[in-house]
Design a binder for this molecule. Structure first.
Ligand code: 5GP
Length: 201
């Protein structure tokens, strides 16, 4: 979508949700490789980093005190408590990038998406996409295979995935991640269709 007055691109906020293990990280990584001008919002969290995670790259790791301070200061666009930890989107980066005409992708949970849908104005388009796993069996295999959580944590994530899937209807679009390459192309097409200039503009 382009801005008629300036001829510059119109920024879009893309909210991508998927239960843990549905491949959203891989989908986003591939989209960003294919579109170097698209950007990802890096979430803040109070959860401890996993072994291969880097601060400022995978998440911004904060103490609970620090995180709560940022909420009080209005510096989180949305936030949610998940598995006993806080997760949230720093407001400034998203606002700045969308205002500059960028396509900004954020990967957040359903609670966060509800907050964004309620508060995002009309100035820039908002697109929400939910990624579905092929089945709970596949989801369990993926979560077990990545070896980052204890069995008890995996069961918590599966239970939560089942709850989240029930809310997929809140989203503008759903994409089944049966095959990663295919899912990437589908999400890409949805984003590109939203960013196309409308004839009646
Ligand atoms: P994980 O700990 O597996 O990285 O993420 C757990 C959950 O937190 C996932 O469902 C993920 O989408 C969600 N999440 C990650 N960042 C954010 C965020 O900034 N806001 C919200 N609401 N959820 C987030």
């Amino acid at each position: 979508m382009s801005n008629k007055k300036t001829g510059t691109a119109q920024g879009i906020l893309v909210v991508l949700s998927a239960p843990s293990g549905c491949g959203k990280t891989s989908i986003v990584e591939r989209l960003l490789k294919r579109h170097p001008d698209w950007v990802r919002s890096i979430s803040a969290t109070t959860r401890k980093p996993r072994v291969d995670e880097k601060n400022g790259q995978d998440y911004i790791f904060l103490s609970r005190t620090n995180f709560e301070q940022k909420i009080r200061e209005g510096r989180m666009l949305e936030h949610a408590e998940i598995y006993g930890n806080l997760y949230g989107t720093p407001r400034e980066f998203v606002a700045e990038q969308v205002a500059r005409g960028r396509i900004v992708i954020m990967t957040i949970d359903v609670q966060g998406t509800k907050q964004i849908k309620a508060s995002w104005g009309k100035e820039h388009p908002l697109l929400s996409v939910f990624i579905l796993p092929p089945s709970v069996k596949v989801l369990r295999e993926r979560l077990t295979g990545r070896n980052t959580e204890m069995p008890e944590e995996i069961e918590k994530r599966i239970k939560r995935a089942q709850d989240e899937i029930k809310e997929a209807k809140l989203y503008d679009q759903t994409v089944l991640n049966q095959n990663l390459d295919q899912a990437v192309l589908e999400v890409e097409e949805i984003i590109l269709n939203t960013s196309k200039p409308r004839r009646d503009n």
